[in-house]
Each structure stands twice: as C-alpha cells, then as structure tokens.
Design a protein around this ligand. Structure first.
Ligand code: NAD
Length: 484
C-alpha cells in the first residue's frame, strides 16, 4: 500500500500525474531508513477535495437518513476489522510503537469509534417548548418551538502522528455521523493507516466526496491550505498548541469554528495515603506508555514528602527495567527530547533513571530511541518542568500539604489531564474538582469511556470531544418556532 490522496471517490496516482508529482520520503523511526514516498498535496488538490466534499453534501450523502449514515459507519467499522492485521502492520511501521499497543488500542478503538457514533446517532433528543403568543405578536394561542440539528457542512480534520488512526477516526466518525462531508489530513509522519481507511471507506460504499484524504505537511502545505480554506465550515484539530494558534489565525479570516485538542504538561499527585505500589505502576504506565508520546502522559509527578524517597526509588527501578519500548517518531523529535534531557542536567537535575540513548546492538541503533527517564531536583520554573517534552520522561518533586499539591498541579499554562493517587475518598473528591484540567483520573490513568467529555482547558484546547459532545460540535442546533 502506497500513501495516496483520495478525492471525490478516487485515489490519485501516488507518483507522476500533475496532482501528485511532488512527494516526500517516509522514514522508519525504528532504523532510520527510508520506507517509501508520500505525495504532497498541492493547493489545487486541496481545492479539489473541498469541492468534492461540497458536492457530496448536495448529492446522496447530503440526503442520507440517520439510519443510512449509521449503516455506513458500521460498514466502515467492519471494513477496518476485516483488514485488522494490515492496519496493525501499517501503524507499527509508521510509528514504531509496540505491536501490542497498536493491536489492543489503536486499531480496535478506531473501529470502535465508528460503531460508537453509529449507536449514538439514535440517542439524540431535541429541545421542544410551547410558548404563549403575546398580543403584540398577533396571536392568542401558542407557539411550538423545536430544535433540529443541521450538519456544519465541509469539515477539515487535521490529526497528529502519535495515535494516527485512533485520533483521525475520533473526529471523522462523529463528523460523518452528524451528516458532514470530511476532508482529512493526517500527519506527514504517519500517512499509511489513513490511506487504508480511505480504501475501507471506498469499499464500504461511502458516497463519493463524503470522505476525502489529502497528504502533506502543515505550515505552508496541505494542512495550512486546508485550515485556511474559505470552503471549509469547521476545523477539528489535534496537535501542538503552537499549531493550534497558527490554525486559529487562519480560521479567524472566515470565522471558521474550531475544536482543538492540544498539548499538555500533565501532573500526577501522589498522596502518602495512596496504595504506593499501584501509584508506582500507574505512573510507569502514565509516563512511559508509547514512550511518553500520548497527550495524556504524565510529565510532572508531585509526591507527598513522607513517601517521596520510596516513590522515587520504586519508579526509577521500574523505569530502568523497561524493555520493548518504541522510538521517538522522528530524528527531529528525538533531538528535541534529548535537548530537554541535556537542559535538565545543566540545570542541576538528578537523573534517577535513563537520561540518554539506549544501545541495542541491532538495527534499532539507527532508529530514534531515547531512554525512559526519571528526573528530580529541578526548580518549579525550570523549562523541563514547564514545557511539554512529549517523550518518556517525568520530573518528580515533593509537596507537604494538599493545598500545595493542588497549587503545583495548577501552576501550568496547560490543563489537559491529571491523575490523583489516594485512598482517602474525601480527599479524592475534594482535590479532583480543584485541579484545572479537563480530565482527572483518580487511582487510574487513561481509562476511557467514549461517551465522556474529552478535552483540555487553558492552552490544552477548545471544546470537548467524545459522545454527544462531538456530535454537538459537528452540528448546529436550529430552533424552529411555529405559531399554532
Ligand atoms: P503538530 O501540531 O506538529 O501536527 C499536527 C497536525 O497539524 C499534522 O497533521 C501537521 O501536518 C498539521 N499542521 C502543522 N502545522 C500546521 C499549520 N500551520 N496549519 C495546518 N496544519 C498544520 O503536532 P504533532 O507533532 O503531530 O503531535 C504532537 C502534539 O499533539 C503534542 O503537542 C501533543 O500534546 C498533541 N496532542 C494532543 C492531543 C489531545 O487530545 N489533546 C492528542 C494527541 C496529541
């Protein structure tokens, strides 16, 4: 399978031809070798995709009933499941992530996203009110108000490389469920499963133009052409906060609504009354899953002073034992993470575990690996404690009081997710609502129910995704008032 644009129900030739003549190399993060070429969408390709989406709204897709849309989404879910191994292979090849992660999280949840929104379509109820008609309005009776939801139109979906198919489908499924047409642009680092998804859409009989896919870079490329396009009615974006700012500036010209899932610098609070073994295990998962390249990963750990040394020792020992972890997505990202490792050492951090590049003695030595790293001893204003690193690293600092723990957690420009470890029920309920993040986990991490609101506060995003929240973003309520 070669990455290809999918526009108006047709795959554009991967190389040659006027549309896809420009390509760029795809590099394996596992060994640093080139794996193939990806087409770079021109402005004309993006224009064609937006036009195809617009015409789909005027065609069969625009008039499809909720039942027909739900059946289409189910067919897409089945199509992903029928080619499950191919999807897993493609995701592993693009990202280098452990196969187990791709086969238990990324691909099943991507199929699950289409099923969940097929089901949710039926749970929607509109508002309805009867209103007295005042004399000045010419009536004596009553008026009936009711609300219908209308799709927004052409939706741009721009997604990152860390959970390529999962995060793409997390937006595409509700956007289609709500009746929109989609133009999707996956990350330039991970084009493969998106292309497979286009094949599945094609085979599932999704009407032409309802789903379009363009590949390419962000700034100055396909991402920017798409997000600043006057024919786009809404933008759903997951990625870095700085990219969100750039997209928002382009969207401002056309007052295009945005839904943003952005960066984080997620805290974990470990109280002395917690089950410490569970807190250590949980923090190993929350800091090092997918080598820290999940927006929800913990990068700041605050531990009550009386158990601080024990916790650091236990976390460090577990981090040193980790094996089978994946690489950073690119040489550039590896260099960024390593620059934070160096900065932390320069600023006087104690390196409890890791801090460098592992040596495997095999092909992986040509890849983009860094060691799982645990740091202590940095001041709260040190850059490695304040800035999102997006690698397998956390800094652990002590606190003395609950008040101080909450203040430390909230002392960040970000506010995506937090984890609280305690066995005191009252404390859990007292602390959780005071932490300024969109998601708070108590004695767990990344436990997700697809119906719950997902998103961040502050620089971590705008709006909420998940369940009804996504369907709300991807549709517009229209109130109809009838004088009866
Ligand atoms: P990124 O912002 O560099 O890229 C994301 C997407 O945006 C890519 O498709 C890219 O091509 C595109 N893009 C880049 N610049 C653009 C521009 N100027 N205009 C339009 N499109 C543009 O992010 P990334 O490096 O792929 O992903 C890592 C980041 O994503 C981290 O900051 C992480 O926290 C964040 N993230 C957040 C969530 C969440 O749910 N909050 C989930 C996953 C990742």
């Amino acid at each position: 399978m070669k990455p290809a644009h999918y526009v108006g129900g047709a795959f554009l030739a991967p190389t040659g031809g006027t549309e896809s003549a420009e390509t760029f190399p795809l590099t394996s993060p596992v060994d640093g070798k080139e794996r193939g070429q990806v087409p770079e969408a021109t402005r004309e390709t993006v224009d064609a995709a937006v036009a195809a989406a617009r015409s789909a709204l005027r065609g069969p897709w625009g008039s499809a009933s909720p039942e027909e849309r739900a059946a289409t989404l189910r067919a897409v879910a089945e199509g992903i499941e029928a080619r499950f191994e191919e999807f897993v292979d493609a995701e592993v090849a693009d990202t280098g992530k452990p196969r187990e992660l791709a086969s238990t999280v990324d691909i099943p949840r991507a199929a699950g996203n289409f099923r969940a929104y097929a089901d949710l379509l039926y749970g929607r109820a509109g508002d309805s009110y009867t209103t007295a008609v005042p004399g000045w309005s010419g009536g004596k009776g009553q008026a009936l108000n009711y609300t219908v939801r209308r799709p927004l139109g052409v939706v741009a979906v721009i997604s990152p490389w860390n959970l390529p198919l999962l995060l793409l489908t997390w937006k595409v499924a509700p956007a289609l469920a709500a009746g929109n047409a989609v133009v999707a642009k996956p990350s330039e680092e991970t084009p493969s499963t998106a292309t497979l998804l286009a094949e599945v859409m094609h085979d599932a009989g999704v009407p032409e133009g309802a789903f379009n896919l363009v590949h390419g870079h962000g700034a100055g490329g396909a991402g920017e052409f798409l997000s600043s396009h006057p024919g786009v009615d809404a933008i759903a974006f997951t990625g870095a906060t700085s990219t969100g700012s750039a997209i928002m500036r382009g969207a401002a010209d056309h007052i295009t609504p945005v839904s943003f899932e952005l960066g984080g610098k997620n805290p974990a609070l470990v109280f002395a009354d917690a089950d410490l073994e569970a807190a250590m295990e949980g923090t190993v998962r929350s800091a090092f899953t997918h080598s820290g390249q999940i927006c929800l990963c913990t990068e700041r750990v605050y531990v009550e002073r009386s158990v601080f040394d024990r916790f650091v020792e236990g976390l460090g020992a577990r981090a040193r034992k980790l094996s089978g972890y994946g690489p950073m997505i690119s040489a550039e990202h590896r260099d960024k993470v390593l620059s934070y490792y160096r900065l932390a050492k320069d600023e006087g951090a104690t390196v409890v575990a890791g801090g460098g590049v592992p040596a495997f003695g095999d092909e992986r030595d040509g890849g983009f690996y860094v060691e799982p790293t645990v740091l202590t001893g940095l001041p709260h204003d040190a850059r490695p404690v304040r800035e999102e690193i997006f690698g397998p690293v956390c800094h652990v600092a002590p606190f003395d009081t609950e008040e101080e723990a909450v203040a430390l957690a909230n002392d960040s420009r970000y506010g995506l997710a937090a984890t609280v470890w305690t066995s005191d029920l009252s404390r859990a309920h007292r602390v959780a609502p005071r932490v300024e993040t969109g998601i708070v986990w108590v004695n767990c991490w990344n436990l997700r129910d697809l119906r719950t609101p997902f998103g961040g506060v502050k620089a971590s995003g705008i709006g909420r995704e998940g369940g009804e929240h996504s369907l709300d973003f991807f549709s517009e309520p229209v109130n109809i008032c009838v004088n009866i």
